[in-house]
Design a protein around this ligand. Structure first.
Ligand SMILES: [Zn+2]
Length: 301
């Protein structure tokens, strides 16, 4: 299992899928292949699949054990969900052993005390619910589900998320509304302490209400960066938004700010989608900011 110890907190990766995803030309409308020469690691097999020309794309949760809490940050795509949008066909009616992978990390669904959805896109809320006797029921029955107040409002407003990304509405209906209806949702704001050592930070742009989650333990720092960047190539080119970034100028400003802060604090970044080793730091180099993936020794279980 993938596990990183940050002070007294432990972070495990619960992988759902690791496959070639979008072509960089599709994901980044401003893509320029010169980025591969500027940072040759981006052409390596962990980040880019030469056979298909697609970016390696992970779907996953981060499982954080801190104090007495077991916190699941984002919940992947989920099984059995109907995703008819052509760009979402990778997520359509999946039947993947995510819960077995969670159990390999030593966690049963009823052990999860908190679920955090950094934002309400299809690939971050899927395992909030599972199909049981034809109904979507909460997968983590004892958890409180934490959702950003702005993000919730953004998707409740017909001119917000549903207008900007109509293909995202089914995920709200089958993966978010049922946990709301079950009374499990708690809305949170920028600066809220989720538990001692975990703080919600506004990270708007990819969606209007996206949150990043800061982790501090002893003298070490980490940040769960959600979709502030999808791929390490955006560390080299922070001005590149993905086609799914809803508020373009805010997305660029948030990306620049979080990357600059991470470089100065030497925080470990835990993003949502890069290929192995899935997490790392940001370093200043003569050529600009670069991704420094965690080493194999750092993520040994
Ligand atoms: Zn995502």
């Amino acid at each position: 299992m993938w596990r990183y110890q940050l002070g007294k907190a432990s972070v495990s990766r619960v992988g759902e899928m690791l496959t070639p995803g979008f072509e960089p030309e599709f994901l980044y409308p401003e893509f320029d292949p010169a980025v591969f020469d500027e940072d040759p690691q981006l052409r390596g097999p962990n980040f880019w699949d030469a056979a298909t020309g697609r970016l390696m794309s992970s779907m996953q949760s981060w499982l954080v054990r801190i104090g007495h809490e077991t916190v699941l940050i984002d919940t992947g795509c989920g099984n059995d969900k109907i995703r008819n949008e052509p760009a979402f066909k990778r997520f359509h009616q999946l039947s993947l052993p995510y819960l077995a992978t969670l159990e390999e990390a030593g966690c049963k669904p009823e052990d999860v005390t908190l679920v955090v959805n950094t934002h309400l896109h299809v690939d971050h809320v899927g395992w909030n619910t599972r199909l049981s006797e034809g109904r979507w029921v909460p997968t983590f029955p004892r958890a409180r589900y934490l959702i950003g107040r702005r993000e919730w409002a953004h998707w409740q407003d017909p001119r917000g998320g549903p207008a900007l990304q109509p293909e995202g509405v089914p995920a709200i209906e089958d993966s978010v509304q049922p946990v709301w209806d079950a009374g499990l949702v708690e809305l949170i704001d920028d600066g809220d302490e989720i538990v001692p050592g975990l703080i919600a930070r506004a990270a708007p742009g990819h969606t209007a209400g996206q949150l990043a989650i800061e982790l501090n333990s002893e003298d070490q720092a980490g940040m769960f960066t959600a979709d502030v960047f999808h791929q390490p190539m955006q560390i080299v080119r922070p001005e590149w938004n993905s086609r799914y970034c809803e508020v373009p100028e805010a997305a660029i400003a948030t990306r620049r700010r979080i990357l600059a802060e991470a470089a100065s604090t030497e925080s470990v970044l835990f993003p949502s989608h890069p290929g192995a080793p899935h997490a790392g730091r940001v370093k200043h180099t003569d050529a600009g900011l670069r991704f420094a993936p965690l080493t194999a020794a750092e993520i040994a279980a």
